[in-house]
Design a protein around this ligand. Sequence first.
Ligand code: SAM
Length: 205
Amino acid sequence: MVERQLRRRGISDERVLDAMGRVPREAYVPEAVRAKAYDDSALPLSHEQTISQPWVVAAICQAMALSGDETVLEVGTGSGYSAAVLSLLSRAVVSVERIPELVEQARAALAANGVASVEVICGDGSVGHPPGAPYDAIAVHATGPGAPPTLLAQLADGGRLVMPVATGASDLLTVFRREGDEVARRAIGPCRFVPLIGEEGFRPG
Ligand code: SAM
């Protein structure tokens, strides 16, 4: 997976490649699709959610530009897999998931795999998690109509927010970098995610 799906397709951050090689993806995917754990694709979770394609997880982590000492906010815990990868790339991870059953499953999977530096919180991550702010980097694993202003406000100066943004044709994985009161924006490329449902995302239903 690391060589074929990631390195050959432009993932060059060695820390990200190493973390992706160390986290057992099969420990986070549902039993019914465990045989496909290393497929080059997203896989279904319960509640019509998905665990993202490995390349997408790696691309988000690479765009977060982590050196190991950061405090990270993740929105969209899902299975807990990407949180486990982020735990190897940063000092502490707060991960917010809106579906209580997924929160319980992710907490159990992370604990079973000895991941202690991730705190999983149940709630609407479109408005972040103020008690842990400011964050050095934020990853959102669901497509929003734009960068939520509250998430940008919870970024430290120089911090990066990586998330898919809805455009006319497809979703566009985008990096927002906060420099003082300015926010610079850079597109990574097209992608497809489930919607960010919440106060600063899309409405449910
Ligand atoms: N990163 C996850 C993994 O490794 O399994 C996959 C995340 S899945 C693509 C997107 C997740 O975002 C879903 O579990 C969904 O319930 C969650 N989500 C959507 N809107 C949310 C919100 N406002 N706050 C928190 N989680 C949200």
